[in-house]
Design a protein around this ligand. Structure first.
Ligand code: TC6
Length: 297
């Protein structure tokens, strides 16, 4: 009996729509080896015996959230959400040293307004799917996680970070000369409180794991080689709670935040497009990319 299955997104694109579904149907996960090999940015290992899926982000070099990546990511989450047998999702990185470098900066400059709008809609979609997921979600943060990478982790129910002082996490948008939108801010407030968010967002702080733990940005630190074991252990604890009660409680806690974006999606897209097309913002982003490349050299 094959209890563990591994699949990727390429074979699913044609089978799934983006429409959000509240109901959870059984979908056939069976893909051929060939389809599996066509995988690119996301790899999912689903253990049917535990009902837990592990999603490995594997988009070299730094798992930046490009439009393609976000599309695959959303479809992957949607598929798991629809699968009755899947009750828990662990998100981790298949790349060394980096959980995710956040939004792909290359998607945010030198492109058309239509492209920015499409990109931003995909960022919203990713957040909506994760933040309102019925599954238990655990982030196994095995590397640095700035900006949008931190947002992915913040959407989860629980965050475990590798105890490596070289790694950092936080919403550092202001350091790029850009502004985290209200729903990034709301998500952070819901995790670390208003005062910590105020300091953190204005200064664009990136925290080392110990400092992140101190303000509650992450819930637990473990040696890097134990991160998946720790995530699995946490998952078991959360899955032991009666599911319906846990899901309703999660929804009660998160729905006001989710509804705020749902009610303002189009305005938020227009706001992003208006902002990112400003010459001064384009210049900041260009300079930041150059700085990243110089730092590397
Ligand atoms: C309103 C909007 C809200 C915005 C939210 C955001 O998320 S904004 C995003 C805010 N995000 C940040 O501020 C994070 C910026 N990134 C970092 O701080 C570091 O890359 C790191 C700590 C994640 C990894 O350090 P490391 O030493 O392991 O790796 P490395 O530094 O050597 O980079 C390797 C290659 O990846 C490239 N590249 C990197 N990031 C991005 C990106 N986001 N995009 C595209 N490309 C990116 C980098 O240029 C280099 O390319 P090259 O030269 O090979 O062609």
């Amino acid at each position: 009996m094959a209890l563990r299955r591994s699949y990727s997104l390429s074979g699913l694109l044609s089978r799934l729509s983006f429409s959000s579904s509240r109901g959870r149907a059984c979908v056939s996960p069976i893909l051929t080896t060939q389809q599996r090999n066509q995988s690119n940015k996301i790899k999912v290992d689903f253990d049917q015996s535990t009902g837990v899926a592990v999603m490995h982000m594997q988009s070299p070099p730094v798992n930046s959230l490009s439009l393609d990546f976000l599309t695959e990511f959303c479809i992957s989450v949607e598929k798991l959400e629809m699968d009755k047998g899947c009750r828990g999702l662990i998100i981790t990185s298949g790349q060394p040293k980096v959980f995710s470098a956040g939004l792909d900066i290359l998607e945010m400059y030198g492109k058309s307004p239509e492209h920015y709008a499409e990109f931003w809609k995909a960022v919203q979609e990713m957040w909506l799917k994760l933040y309102s997921s019925n599954m238990v979600t655990v982030a196994a943060i095995n590397g640095s996680s700035p900006a949008g990478g931190c947002l992915v982790a913040l959407t989860c129910d629980y965050r475990i970070m590798a105890d490596n002082p070289r790694y950092s996490i936080g919403l550092n948008e202001t350091q790029l000369g850009i502004v985290a939108p209200f729903w990034f801010k709301d998500t952070l407030v819901n995790v670390v409180g208003h005062r910590n968010t105020e300091i953190s967002l204005q200064l664009g702080l990136l925290y080392n794991p110990l400092d992140a733990l101190k303000i509650g940005l992450v819930d637990q630190l473990v040696p890097e080689d134990q991160i998946l074991a720790a995530a699995t252990q946490t998952m078991s604890k959360w899955l032991a709670i009666p599911e319906h009660a846990r899901q309703l409680t999660k929804s009660m806690m998160r729905l006001p935040t989710v509804d705020k974006l749902r009610a303002n999606r189009e305005a938020d897209i227009q706001n992003f497009v208006g902002f990112v097309t400003k010459e001064s913002i384009q210049k900041s982003l260009r300079m930041y990319m150059e700085m990243l490349k110089q730092r590397k050299a």
